[in-house]
Design a protein around this ligand. Sequence first.
Ligand SMILES: [Zn+2]
Length: 57
Amino acid sequence: MAEDKDKVYKCDECQKIVYLMEAGRGDELKCCDRKMKEMSEKEKEPYHPRFPRPGAP
Ligand SMILES: [Zn+2]
């Protein structure tokens, strides 16, 4: 559980979710001409591929 470096960004404009698997280079992710918002651990949990949603096969 020590390698949880993935970041998840969400665009407030179009609700698009982006996973950033590699360590960033300080670049800001942009979507819809806006900065994407980095999700907190709690926020990204339901979206994270390692945490399947309840009810998923
Ligand atoms: Zn967007």
